[in-house]
Design a protein around this ligand. Structure first.
Ligand code: SF4
Ligand code: SF4
Ligand code: SF4
Length: 238
């Protein structure tokens, strides 16, 4: 049985207030990022060494109806982290796993790794290099707070009960219970990659739809629906 900590993030309750995003930035004392308009409300456009938590916004058509999906993105703290598997080939101490919580922690030694190789190893495209130090960065589960009995800053600040954090078995039980309730109205709801990660998302629709805006903003990658395509589709349907 896997022990340690886990998050449960109930996306059916997220209002995209971005309190978690701001709380993360405040706790980490990260600088403001200059941003650009990319056709939606997502701001800044992507994760970075100054943004470990990012609320993604996507507008998609699901079963003929427009849906506005919100997705508080962060490192999933994988149980068997592919980023660490690759890093270990070069330096087993560059990325470590905290034995008490299971948090995947990046050290300053990551500056000697190939950032692109580590980023490509992550199935969720999370790590970002710090342009000033060269070290790789991402969410560290607020290990300083958690190891002192506090909640992660993002969980503590969430006003809608979207974010939960605690012992893994408790979070699995809570997630299973909530899934059962949500499925009564949303039969396609699912827990995403629940056996592989410590950040368990409850998704109302297929998980790829939460990335629709990101995919549209990255030419060359498979995309779901851009904002322009979405509006065109709605006009045609009207
Ligand atoms: S756990 Fe801490 S570092 Fe990770 S996203 Fe939340 S606030 Fe940021
Ligand atoms: S989500 Fe990515 S960065 Fe985070 S532990 Fe998993 S592989 Fe590593
Ligand atoms: S604080 Fe909670 S409700 Fe607000 S964006 Fe984050 S997860 Fe969603």
């Amino acid at each position: 049985m896997t022990t340690g900590k886990s998050f449960f993030i109930d996306q059916t309750r997220c209002t995209a207030c971005r309190g978690c995003q701001v709380a993360c930035k405040q706790w980490k004392n990260q600088k403001v990022v200059e941003t650009v308009q990319t056709g939606g409300y997502q701001n800044p456009p992507d994760l970075s060494s100054s943004t470990f938590k990012l609320v993604r916004f996507s507008e998609v058509v699901v079963d003929g109806a427009l849906r506005w999906l919100f997705f508080p993105e962060q490192c999933r703290h994988c149980l068997q982290p592919p980023c660490k598997m690759v890093a270990d080939m070069y330096d087993p101490e560059a990325i470590i796993q905290d034995p008490a919580t299971g948090a995947v922690l990046y050290t300053e030694r990551t500056k000697k790794l190939d950032a692109t190789e580590i980023r490509n190893a992550c199935p969720y495209d999370i790590p970002r290099p710090n342009p000033e130090t060269g070290a790789l960065t991402k969410c560290n589960m607020c290990i300083d707070r958690v190891s002192n009995g506090m909640l992660p800053a993002c969980v503590k600040t969430c006003p809608t009960n979207t974010m939960h954090f605690g012992e893994r078995q408790d979070m699995l039980a809570l997630a299973a219970k909530r899934l059962e309730q949500v499925k009564r109205k949303r039969p396609h709801a699912m827990l995403v990659d629940v056996s592989d990660v410590r950040v368990i998302f409850l998704a109302e629709v297929h998980p790829s739809l939460y990335y629709a805006h990101m995919m549209a903003a990255r030419p060359g990658e498979p995309k779901v629906l851009s904002r322009r395509e979405l509006l065109g589709k709605l006009v045609r349907q009207a």
